[in-house]
Design a protein around this ligand. Structure first.
Ligand code: GLC
Length: 738
């Protein structure tokens, strides 16, 4: 026994260098130490050249534009940061993005991966636990493919309904978007990898995204886009933040001291690192001092601001070495804290695609929104013996969004040759056919198909059926913005079918809100967004009632483009290098808040979603809990089938004074069997009860009465109670992740 103890003691002493000795180069690997301590130890033994290695990420992509690819990057990947072999410190292998492992616009047969539905669909589930599962799945595929950094977590608010990247994000409300994206981030990072939250900040349009200068007052920014980021960071604890291409109040986001040093790292106490969007760096000293920790999208031998240029700036005193040390420490710390540094990933590991497809399908089934159900025409009656399926390539697949987030699903694109030949095209359809899935669900039904290219053929097909289902698509993509009208005359297709058969249902696959001039002429409408690798099965199970829809809109669907603050997104007429202003005159009144403020009746409101059963909310109680509000209530399933209801709590000051009449203060999604009742309690984040106060940085909650409403959408009057609150103040950085 004694010998053993002596041996153990000797082993422990060997592991820890004698006091006073030079720190052994690998002391940073001592897992008994905190990530902070280990990062400090690592930085303390690095040479300046080794430090400079960590702050530059190289392109990992060889595309048809013959872009440079770092030789050690994973194939068709977004980025690569060499490690420090002498110190056994890991490289960073970086991949896009929010729906799974993307391959930079090129289909690579052995790099096809599972496509999670688009971020806006996951937001439409209002189910953070499900979002964690989806994030965990795509993070597992990233690690299995050799990546330790996933560039996901897009959370830019849906201010512009035509923004080409709305599909990637979490909708128009800071609480919902931040909560749902934070959940995806938690899921991804459960795989000993890190991910981002992006694009910081106010990158709410794609047209001329590298030269648009967003003008917005601080209170409005703090209570809208920045609050979405703050909540996503608090709840997701992302290893990195990706700063965006645009300017904010006259300064590039990636060298914006207010945005990066004051708000993110100062007020919020963020301890991770800031990486640029790809090529979004501009100036060595301004970027270094402005808070950019890692430049990304570098190609040999150009397009970089750090490396020898930063070394020279340090040598001549324009940038203190401590600034570089802080950057390196932040990068090292999160790679250590996440487990990525101690568990370097290898490529080409086995993936359980069947299990992952089921996770993707489960997400889709909870995020598809039943918008309209007159009759009810849905779920499809068992007596529907002839079903016409028309348009949207529904015979072969479901739509996905374009750009860096493009996942090439297993089986490859079900449609070839559509959309732009080059990035962000071509248009990719996941090979999951709604028609085939419907046939499986309804083997006894006769299903007729028309591709929708010929209106009279489509009408004829519809005329002979008991029910006609028109699939319409709106492809959206990074770097582009889009009109709200469905493209390719699909409105006319719907009209032709509806004229031929009154029992018409429309299934939409869009990246966000679209206009629906035909809505009164159809009986049913379903928003399926971009439903991922098993989207066809999910749609069929919803249409047939195998699954009761429980998605709720994360964004307002208006009746006209003029319902929103800007009917047209500026940028199309701008020169390539022209810096131009877009002023967010709506301030923090984004989405339903804008509609409420202007008394505009939406086509379908934020939070809207129908079910095949019915629910009765009741027993709303609310009161002050400390200095905030806690509400409790019950919901009963009063119908005959199981279902899930999203109970929404809205808050509003009885005397007004906010940017808009009300705000979403909380929500709960409840799964209920027929006749079952459940209760829930929601505690309102105090920042949603206050106004940002620049004089006393933080949120000031005015003393007075606040109305608490339990509703099922932003236009549902629901039931409400009034709560009296004392005055209070909440600091700027409340609750930031540790
Ligand atoms: C792109 C995107 C960003 C992506 C990155 C790497 O320009 O804006 O979301 O992660 O570059 O592909």
């Amino acid at each position: 026994m004694k010998i053993t103890r002596i041996l153990i003691t000797a082993a422990m002493l060997a592991a820890c260098p004698p006091v006073g000795a030079a720190t052994a180069p690998l002391a940073w690997q001592n897992k008994a130490l905190s990530a902070d301590a280990r990062a400090d130890l690592l930085v303390s033994v690095m040479t300046i050249d080794e430090k400079l290695v960590l702050v530059t990420s190289y392109y990992g992509t060889q595309v048809d534009r013959n872009r440079y690819r770092h030789p050690d990057a994973r194939r068709q990947s977004a980025g690569f940061v060499p490690g420090v072999p002498r110190l056994h410190f890991t490289p960073q292998w970086q991949t896009d993005a929010g729906s799974g492992v993307a391959t930079q616009g090129i289909a690579v047969p052995d790099l096809q991966r599972t496509a999670l539905p688009a971020g806006i669909l996951t937001a439409a589930t209002w189910n953070p636990d499900l979002a964690v599962k989806g994030g965990a799945m795509i993070g597992a595929e990233a690690r299995a493919s050799g990546f330790n950094t996933m560039l996901a977590g897009g959370v830019n608010l849906l201010r512009e309904p035509g923004n080409g990247r709305n599909f990637e994000y979490g909708g128009e409300d800071p609480l919902l978007a931040g909560t749902m994206v934070g959940a995806i981030v938690r899921g991804i990072q459960s795989n000993h990898i890190i991910t981002t939250v992006k694009h910081f900040a106010l990158n709410d349009q794609e047209r001329r995204r590298t030269t648009v200068n967003i003008l917005v007052d601080e209170p409005s920014a703090r209570m809208s886009d920045l609050l979405a980021f703050q909540i996503a960071i608090e709840q997701g604890n992302p290893g990195a933040i990706m700063c965006s291409y645009n300017l904010v109040n006259g300064e590039w986001a990636c060298q914006n001291p207010w945005l990066l040093n004051k708000v993110l790292k100062g007020d919020w106490g963020y301890k991770g690192f800031v990486m640029s969007d790809w090529g979004a760096m501009h100036d060595t000293v301004k970027d270094a001092l402005g808070g950019l920790d890692q430049e990304a999208g570098v190609q040999e031998p150009k397009d970089y601001v750090y490396r020898d240029k930063l070394k020279a700036a340090i040598a001549d005193g324009r940038v203190p070495i401590a600034v570089l040390d802080d950057k390196v420490r932040r990068i090292a710390r999160v790679l250590i804290a996440s487990g990525a540094a101690d568990n370097p990933p290898t490529a080409d590991n086995p993936i359980d695609f069947a299990a992952h497809a089921a996770i993707s399908q489960a997400d889709a089934e909870e995020g598809i929104v039943l918008l309209k159900n007159e009759g009810p025409i849905l779920p499809l009656a068992g007596s529907a013996r002839r079903i016409a399926i028309i348009g949207g390539h529904a015979d072969v697949g479901v739509l996905t969004g374009g750009g860096s987030a493009q996942v090439y699903p297993r089986g490859g694109s079900a449609v070839q040759g559509e959309g732009p030949k080059h990035w962000p095209g071509p248009i990719v359809y996941a090979p999951s056919s709604p028609l085939k899935a419907l046939q499986t669900e309804r083997p006894g039904a006769k299903i007729d198909w028309a591709d929708g290219s010929n209106l009279s053929a489509a009408a004829a097909t519809a005329r002979n059926a008991d029910v006609a289902i028109v699939f319409v698509t709106q492809w959206t993509a990074e770097s582009l913005d889009f009109p709200l009208t469905l493209p390719d005359d699909q409105d006319a297709l719907i009209d032709a079918v509806a004229r031929a058969n009154p029992n018409t249902i429309v299934v939409l696959q869009t990246g966000g809100p679209v206009l629906m001039p035909w809505i009164d002429r159809v009986k049913g409408a379903v928003e399926a967004w971009y439903p991922g690798s098993n989207g066809g099965k999910a749609i069929a199970r919803i249409l047939t009632g195998k699954v009761n829809p429980s998605g709720h809109l994360p964004a307002t669907f208006g009746r006209a483009a003029t319902d929103w603050p800007r009917a047209e997104i500026d940028g199309l007429q701008r020169g390539k290098d022209e810096i131009f202003d877009v002023r967010f005159t709506e301030g923090a009144a984004v989405g339903y808040k804008w509609f409420d403020k202007n008394g505009t009746r939406p086509l379908f409101p934020f939070g809207h979603g129908l079910s095949y059963t019915s629910f009765a909310p009741s027993g709303l109680k609310a009161g002050a809990k400390g200095r905030t509000i806690q509400a409790s209530f019950s919901v009963r399933n009063t119908g005959r089938v199981a279902g899930k209801q999203v109970a929404q709590i809205y808050v509003s000051p009885v005397k007004g004074g906010w940017e808009a009449p009300k705000r979403l203060g909380g929500f709960a999604k409840l799964a209920l069997a027929p006749g079952q009742s459940k209760s829930a309690t929601v505690t309102v984040d105090p920042r949603l009860l206050g106004m940002w106060d620049s004089r006393n940085p933080g949120w000031t909650v005015a003393a007075g009465q606040y109305r608490v409403t339990l509703a099922t959408s932003a236009t549902d009057p629901g039931s409400s109670v009034v709560v009296t609150l004392p005055a209070s103040h909440w600091p700027a950085g409340r609750g930031v992740a540790k």
